[in-house]
Design a binder for this molecule. Structure first.
Ligand code: NAD
Length: 411
């Protein structure tokens, strides 16, 4: 993943004629922290050694910002790639952060609540010297949630001796989390459908949508899609997919997940293998689970006219080529899923100012930023005659490079 991210950066940097000194500086992260720590299972005498990572790609324009993922296969390369992508993402939507990402190499599905809490608190202690409200602000990602962010905030606050809500975003509103943060990433994806449909030349008012992944991003994308008058015909999670050509009842499927954790056994739709989602007859496909799922095998089967990338890096380089050759319009991850970091920025601003906004204010400002970012990227795509992914990278890299050049070199 890191080689892909750097390869993509090199390609776009050369296309833009980017200053070589700046390009060399941006290819590597500013700081990478790798930790290992002991973790005691509930069965008291079993102690496992766990690896954790926190990579900060760029702190030129402000603190770094990015999620923490808990996954059994996460590694330094993946986290470094995602930190770099976060930098471009923040620059595209114009929030004053650089990119960061964290990871803990563990399967959260196998942990009890007490185990999850112990891992979170110990990992937080391991990285405590490199995070902070003015330095680096974590958020949820794959396998982590509001509760994990609450434990992180509590651990940091215990350490410094007073409550520091701004050290983390995506925490529960009771602790200074923003209203509408939970829904932000999924909602942001759906906000972009009218513009993507317009660019593709189709009527964007009532479309058939298939969503791979039914966690934070996928589920709230489904809710927002239904509210916007679209039909969610299929969703999937790690246990498989559910399909109903007449539309899935999203609130009933969400309730099922809250009670049963997985879609397996859900009674009100047909069950299909999870990967069948990619080849379904639909208008919009939203990958919202893990990386690399739209690849040389799956991209050729995609029937959607629009792909909106909810997950980070869901499309491989080969998959991207195939989709583009087939004329499928892709809204790339660094633009499409930027709703999460945008409302995280709102949350940080509210925490720092200790003044909280209403849901209507948050949602209206999110919509404004997302739709403006789409227009900005789309106009680069037209003026430079490039695809949306390249255009988004040009937009993000240009903003960061300008900031780097005016700050100069110390000393
Ligand atoms: P999550 O853990 O809440 O949900 C992940 C979903 O994907 C679950 O339904 C899970 O069952 C499914 N899944 C996991 N592994 C899978 C596999 N191997 N095959 C098929 N399905 C699988 O995570 P999330 O927060 O919704 O994040 C999903 C993606 O979106 C990630 O790539 C993440 O980096 C990206 N993202 C998240 C946010 C955010 O605000 N949460 C913001 C931007 C990007």
């Amino acid at each position: 993943m890191y080689h892909d991210a750097v390869g993509q950066f090199d390609r776009v940097a050369s296309l833009m004629g980017l200053d070589k000194n700046v390009a060399d500086r941006l290819r590597v992260p500013q700081r990478s922290t790798v930790v290992s720590f002991p973790f005691r299972h509930d069965t008291y005498n079993e102690v496992e050694t766990i690896f954790g990572y926190r990579v900060q790609h760029l702190n030129t324009m402000g603190p770094t910002k990015g999620g923490i993922r808990f996954a059994p296969d996460v590694d330094l390369g993946e986290v470094t790639a995602l930190a770099m992508l976060m930098t471009w993402k923040c620059a595209i939507v114009g929030v004053p952060f650089g990119g960061a990402k964290g990871g803990v190499r563990i399967d959260p599905m196998q942990l009890s609540r007490a185990e999850l809490q112990r891992v979170t608190r110990r990992y937080t202690m391991e990285i405590i010297n490199v995070i902070g409200p003015e330095t680096d602000i974590p958020a949820p990602d794959l396998g982590t949630n509001e509760q994990v962010m609450a434990w992180l905030m509590d651990t940091y606050s215990q350490h410094v001796g007073h409550a520091v809500p701004a050290v983390v975003t995506g925490k529960p509103p009771a602790l200074g989390g923003s209203v509408a943060r939970r829904e932000a990433t999924g909602r942001g994806l759906i906000f972009l459908i009218p513009q993507a449909a317009n660019a593709t030349g189709i009527d964007g008012s009532s479309l058939r949508i298939a969503i791979h992944g039914f966690g934070n991003v996928g589920m709230f994308a489904a809710v927002a899609a239904e509210q916007a008058g679209h039909k969610v015909i299929a969703v999937s999670d790690i246990s498989g997919g559910i399909y109903n050509p007449d539309g899935i009842d999203v609130s009933s499927a969400s309730k099922w997940i809250q009670e049963h954790r997985f879609l397996e056994g859900y009674p009100e739709a047909d069950h299909i293998p999870g990967n069948d989602i990619f080849g379904l007859e639909c208008d919009v496909l939203i990958p919202a689970a893990v990386q690399g799922v739209l690849n040389a095998d799956t991209a050729k089967d995609v029937k959607a006219k629009i792909v909106i990338e909810g997950a980070n890096n869901p499309t491989t380089i080969e998959g991207d080529e195939i989709l583009r050759e087939r004329g499928i319009f892709i809204v790339p991850d660094i633009l499409a899923n930027a709703g999460g970091v945008t409302v995280s920025y709102f949350e940080w601003v509210q925490d720092v100012q200790k003044y909280f906004w209403t849901e209507n204010e948050v949602v209206a400002r999110l919509r404004e930023i997302m739709t403006r970012a789409f227009d900005d990227v789309y106009s680069v795509a037209i003026s430079e005659n490039v695809d949306m992914r390249t255009a988004a990278l040009i937009k993000g890299i240009r903003r960061v490079a300008d900031a780097k050049l005016v700050r100069g070199v110390f000393p």
